[in-house]
Design a binder for this molecule. Structure first.
Ligand SMILES: Nc1ncnc2c1ncn2[C@@H]1O[C@H](COP(=O)(O)OP(=O)(O)O)[C@@H](O)[C@H]1O
Ligand SMILES: [Mg+2]
Length: 251
């Protein structure tokens, strides 16, 4: 459904993506894991055209094209079919939860206000925030803000939602409520690409796991396989290090 072939991206002389092949099918949940700096955020941003790419092929439904030759109109159309959830929520501080969710519907999609409001309320209910519609971001916890951000991503009914470490800015006690919403979306068949360090989520919710290091996909496959029986040395090292961190946090 959505994918790239042989994607390259450099920042100056720093080649950050070195020929990435990636695709997500309808209804799939993909977890992207890897150390900090491996290029995960850049991959998501290139997929969403929030960042320009240097070379590669872009595929989204019927559109197959050289990623550098895609027109502004095609980019706009592709972005209309994607939702994005960032690490830092990125809500408008001066708008309520409801207004934040309505914003994209009213501006980018020119939807009448009454209709946008109806959808926004429905989406806030879906993420368990129906009773906070008129609160401002500052009056909400980080977990609640992130759930509003998920409602905002869901509102235009995108074909796929890209999540960039949606829980890493949250205190541990608040990650659960966000993950719970994501699990629910996954069960409903929402197509999701999730950059995450939450290995439980990756193992139990994702259909497929992709491990990235230094701008390449080192290993990918069914979640259980990659996480419990990794084949490549870098994947083994990464998972071992993660396990050690968890041990030291518990002790
Ligand atoms: N806007 C930018 N300008 C320059 N370098 C960047 C920019 N964004 C990311 N990078 C560099 O790209 C590399 C990959 O970063 P990133 O995609 O954020 O990795 P990850 O999300 O896996 O931690 C890093 O070396 C980072 O410093
Ligand atoms: Mg990142």
């Amino acid at each position: 459904m959505l994918g790239v072939k042989n994607l390259h991206k450099s920042f100056g002389r720093n080649e950050v993506l070195k020929g990435i092949d990636f695709n997500v099918d309808k209804g799939e949940v993909i977890a992207i894991i890897g150390s900090s700096g491996s290029g995960k955020t850049t991959l998501l941003r290139c997929l969403a055209f929030l960042e320009s790419s240097d070379a590669g092929e872009f595929i989204f439904d019927n559109l197959h094209a050289d990623i550098r030759k895609i027109s502004k109109k095609e980019i706009r159309q592709a972005r209309m079919k994607m939702g994005f959830v960032f690490q830092g929520f990125n809500l408008f501080r001066n708008k309520t939860a409801l207004e934040n969710v309505m914003e994209g519907l009213c501006t980018a999609r020119k939807m009448p206000e009454a209709q946008a409001k109806e959808i926004a309320i429905e989406m806030l209910k879906k993420v368990g925030m129906g009773n906070r519609a008129n609160y401002y971001p500052d009056q909400l916890s980080g977990g609640q803000q992130q759930r509003v951000a998920i409602a905002r991503a869901l509102a235009p009914n995108p074909e796929v939602i890209l999540f960039d470490e949606p829980t890493s800015a949250l205190d541990p006690e608040l990650t659960g409520e966000v993950l719970e919403v994501m699990v629910k979306l996954a069960r409903e068949g929402t197509t999701m690409v999730v950059v995450t360090h939450e290995m439980d989520f990756a193992e139990h919710v994702a259909n497929r796991v992709i491990f990235m290091e230094h701008g390449v996909v080192v290993e990918e496959g069914p979640a259980k396989g990659v996480l419990t029986n990794p084949q490549k040395e870098p994947t083994k090292r990464f998972l071992k290090r993660l396990l050690r961190q968890e041990d030291s946090e518990e002790s």
